[in-house]
Design a protein around this ligand. Structure first.
Ligand code: K1U
Ligand code: ZN
Length: 173
């Protein structure tokens, strides 16, 4: 397993639309293994393939707090039903480092997907899992949580991250 570099805003790759996987084979499983390793190392609770520069419709999530890992793998996820009621969570994103904001989303969602073995699965998610799935599925459409904020807040964050990137580039190169 390899820890991969996580792309950060304002990287144009993060705005790409991801494409469906045709078959869950060893190459896709290697991608999921690398994503999970990258997510644990960050650390984070979710990751979409596009965040490591791969425009494929693959997500990994692990909300377990205990030592025992409980990863969830979602290939080609689709939301079948979203609840009408919303819930607000303070969201973060490994591609928007150091920034957190409250975002409103449907509090439950029913999702159909393929698992690590390529088996058809369905889940009715609620609470943080529902929020996390929707946040990660947004990545597959090139959407970041900052897109839900006011223009003022979003511009402030993007400018701040751009400046940080320039400083880091000067140090690293
Ligand atoms: O970059 C990502 O998409 C992952 C993101 C997922 C997420 C967090 C909160 C709400 C919705 C989606 C993160 O994992 S940010 C880091 C984080 O939340 C966290 C890190 C360490 C421990 C616990 C949480
Ligand atoms: Zn994110």
């Amino acid at each position: 397993m390899t820890i991969r570099k996580i792309l950060t805003e304002p990287d144009p790759l993060l705005r790409q639309i991801s494409h469906d996987i045709e078959k869950v084979d060893d190459e896709v499983r290697k991608l999921m293994d690398d994503m999970l390793e990258t997510m644990y190392a960050a650390p984070g609770i979710g990751l979409a393939a596009i965040q490591i520069g791969v425009p494929k419709r693959v997500i990994v999530i692990d909300l377990s707090k205990a030592k025992e890992k409980k990863p969830l793998y979602f290939v080609n996820p689709i939301v079948i039903i979203k609840s009408k009621n919303n819930a607000t969570y303070e969201e973060g994103c490994l591609s928007v480092p150091g920034q957190f904001a409250e975002v409103d989303r449907p509090d439950k969602c029913h999702v159909r997907y393929l698992d690590y073995e390529g088996q058809k699965k369905e889940i009715i998610a609620e609470g943080l899992l529902a929020t996390c799935i929707q946040h990660e599925m947004d990545h597959l459409k090139g959407i970041l949580f900052i897109d839900y904020l006011s223009k003022l807040k979003k511009n402030y964050i993007v400018k701040k991250l751009s400046k940080q990137k320039k400083v880091l580039e000067r140090i690293v190169v």
